[in-house]
Design a protein around this ligand. Structure first.
Ligand code: ZN
Ligand code: ZN
Ligand code: ZN
Ligand code: ZN
Length: 228
């Protein structure tokens, strides 16, 4: 028997149930609470349009992912804004979208989502050209319908916050040491008490564990909350 890495789980924002990362796409297609939200939206005065289900995922780790339903008429500028707010923003770095990472031409942020994301499209978003965070955005579904919220983007599902244990006592950890990370490439996490006792401070104060793939990069310290 081979050991399998445990798949991250995430929460569906319509029904509040948790599913494995791989099962969430299937669940969202069948979630009865999501269907109810779609029916309720039909009765609103919002105009029907193309709606795109995008999964955004950290390009370097499988643990951070979100499922978004984005209005086709929305521009990439809004998608950029959303990714910054929920995951990335530390000090206002530049960002870019492209079809194939660094090698490919930049897609202008003025471009509409329905002009960029067709079935099976994969787009790379890069935030900060120095200490880069790379996010892969992939189309899963495209439907015609009335948007379920007044916002350009609806958060449908998100990975559960990362869990970590204090390396000293095994209790729940809320901090990690950047000096251990940069000097020894070690992801050392601590509870409040043992963080205080840990001697490293070469890279500034301890960093909180937050639900973002940018942890440990360029002093990112959260809050990793969606903008709406
Ligand atoms: Zn659900
Ligand atoms: Zn920064
Ligand atoms: Zn501890
Ligand atoms: Zn340390």
């Amino acid at each position: 028997m081979t050991a399998r890495k445990k798949q991250t789980r995430g929460t569906c924002y319509y029904c509040d149930n948790t599913y494995a990362k791989g099962g969430m796409i299937r669940h969202l297609r069948a979630c009865s609470e999501r269907e109810a939200a779609q029916v309720a939206a039909e009765a609103s005065d919002r105009t029907p349009e193309t709606l795109v289900h995008l999964r955004a995922e950290d390009a370097w780790g499988a643990d951070f992912w979100i499922d978004l339903e984005v209005r086709g008429s929305t521009t990439l500028k809004h998608v950029d804004h959303y990714l910054r707010r929920i995951w990335l923003e530390c000090c206002g770095h530049l960002s870019r979208f492209s079809l194939d990472g660094w090698g490919a031409d930049e897609i202008p942020k003025s471009r509409r989502v329905d002009q960029v994301f067709g079935p099976d499209t994969e787009v790379t978003h890069i935030y900060d050209f120095g200490t880069s965070s790379e996010t892969v955005l992939r189309t899963f579904d495209v439907r015609e319908g009335v948007p379920t919220t007044e916002h350009p983007i609806a958060l449908m599902a998100r990975n559960e916050p990362p869990e970590a244990e204090c390396i000293e006592c095994g209790e729940e950890a809320s901090w990690f040491c950047t000096e251990c990370l940069y000097e020894e490439n070690a992801w050392n996490t601590f509870c409040d008490e043992h963080m205080e006792a840990h001697p490293h401070d070469a890279y500034g104060p301890p960093m909180p564990i937050v639900n973002s793939p940018r942890m440990g990069m360029c002093g990112y310290d959260g809050p990793a909350e969606p903008p709406y």
